[in-house]
Write a protein that binds this ligand. Structure first.
Ligand code: THU
Length: 137
């Protein structure tokens, strides 16, 4: 289990996720999502959802943030913060859970929204008994 992150770091992640949502390319769903991930280097990477006229090709905010971290050379993430423009927090989709598992099986997950409500959980709770890298060894 990773150490719990400080309130100050969580605020930075939350701000990064909210800011990232402003760049959302979501002309079809009009659902502007932002995400920020904390890498084990201590750096924060953010991302937003990127949709496509071929709807099934949409990439979620979480995966954009994770792929950006990996492309920068990171290999482990310890926290994921998701912002959705909703009255209640929403959870990462199944595909994103699997991608989070690849790089952060012990990651903490925090979902924030347009109200004071938030959800705080772990990837292990969202994707129990996951298939992952170890299964291919
Ligand atoms: N979406 C995300 O970016 N993250 C989530 O956790 C849920 C869904 C995006 C995908 C699509 O662009 C839009 O939200 C509607 O599903």
């Amino acid at each position: 289990m990773p150490e719990p992150i400080s309130a100050a770091l969580l605020r930075r992640l939350e701000r990064a996720a909210r800011t990232a949502a402003k760049a959302s390319y979501s002309p079809y769903s009009k659902f502007r999502v932002g995400a920020a991930v904390l890498a084990d280097s201590g750096r924060i990477y953010s991302g937003t959802n990127v949709e496509n006229a071929s709807y099934g090709l949409a990439n979620c905010a979480e995966r954009t943030a994770i792929f950006t971290a990996i492309a920068a050379g990171e290999r482990a993430i310890t926290a994921v913060v998701v912002y959705t423009p909703t009255p209640r927090p929403t959870m990462p989709c199944g595909a994103c859970r699997q991608v989070i598992n690849e790089f952060g099986p012990d990651a903490g997950i925090v979902s924030v929204c347009d109200s004071k409500h938030r959800a705080v959980t772990t990837l292990a709770k969202l994707l129990p008994e996951a298939f992952g890298p170890r299964d291919l060894k």
